[in-house]
Design a protein around this ligand. Structure first.
Ligand code: ATP
Ligand code: MG
Length: 263
């Protein structure tokens, strides 16, 4: 049935007289914000920056939820399997969902995901992740999805984290761990993001090591070559945490970043 159908036009007109217009109601909804956070490597600050983003969203009164679709490395505490990344993202979120939704693949062994999965006889697949993501989006107005390791980490024989970001159709934020070698790692990742048809919407320079030699020059070289806004440079923090990191970042540079302060 086409939208030009007279019956539908007439029904819509009736509805206008008795209830708010659907279009007006939709425009009153808060803007949605979602992104995929990747990094130049493992252990370079993806969780810290994702948590900072969630913290900033929550500060704005947005219903925000973090997702770590694949996590490798878990320990049993209080009768539940815990992963540090998942716990940090949950602590920074104000929408809390079952771990089966925020992390459909929680693997016990702290190893490359496809190896950890094989040890448990599990095959990581896109469909359960996409289904969980849809559920998250129904419950939250903002979602921050943290990748695994770098951008091309295999998840199964023919599916990697870049494929996952593409399946989710999310804009990408790149965390660059400032260390010797990071320029090439960052530029290769930028190329890989573009090769998947994804949009790099921002990047972060994260000082994972203290007093890196020529840090300013490295950041300048990256800024000159990356065609996306630098959201900020996070120094080596004495006590790393979401709030402390967020103080160094300007997320308003991201498209669809919610401008309102209260829902
Ligand atoms: N700017 C910083 N100052 C101090 N410590 C930091 C900083 N950035 C990251 N760290 C610390 O480095 C470690 C790795 O950071 P994080 O867990 O965010 O990395 P990651 O990229 O998410 O790692 P993974 O690949 O395991 O998911 C953590 O202990 C974190 O607290
Ligand atoms: Mg992490």
């Amino acid at each position: 049935m086409s939208l030009d159908d007279p019956l539908i036009v007439s029904n819509t007109a009736d509805a206008v007289n008795t209830s708010p217009q659907p279009a007006a109601a939709a425009s009153a909804l808060p803007p949605r914000f979602s992104c995929f956070v990747t990094g130049t490597d493992t252990e370079i600050g993806k969780t810290l920056i994702s948590s900072a983003m969630l913290h900033a969203l929550v500060q704005r009164g947005v219903r925000a939820c973090g997702m770590k679709p694949v996590a490798a490395g878990a320990e049993l505490r209080d009768g539940r399997w815990h992963n540090d990344d998942c716990d940090q993202l949950a602590a920074a979120s104000n929408v809390h969902l079952p771990q089966s939704i925020t992390t459909p693949f929680l693997l016990r062994e702290a190893a490359a995901p496809h190896i950890a999965a094989a040890l448990e006889g599990v095959t990581i697949a896109a469909v359960p992740i996409l289904a969980a993501y849809v559920e998250m989006n129904a419950a939250a107005d903002a979602t921050v999805v943290e990748g695994v390791g770098g951008f091309r980490v295999p998840l199964n024989d023919d599916f990697d984290t870049a494929d996952l970001a593409a399946e989710l159709e999310l804009p990408v934020v790149l965390v660059v761990g400032l260390r010797l070698g990071c320029i090439s790692h960052a530029l290769l990742t930028v190329e890989a993001i573009a090769a998947r048809g994804l949009k790099l919407v921002g990047w972060v320079a994260n000082e994972t090591v203290a007093d890196m030699a020529f840090a300013d020059e490295n950041v300048a070289a990256l800024a000159q070559r990356i065609d996306a806004p630098l959201l900020g440079r996070v120094p080596r923090l004495a006590t790393p945490g979401a709030q402390a990191a967020a103080a160094h970042l300007d997320f308003t540079l991201l498209p669809n970043w919610p401008a309102h302060t209260k829902l």
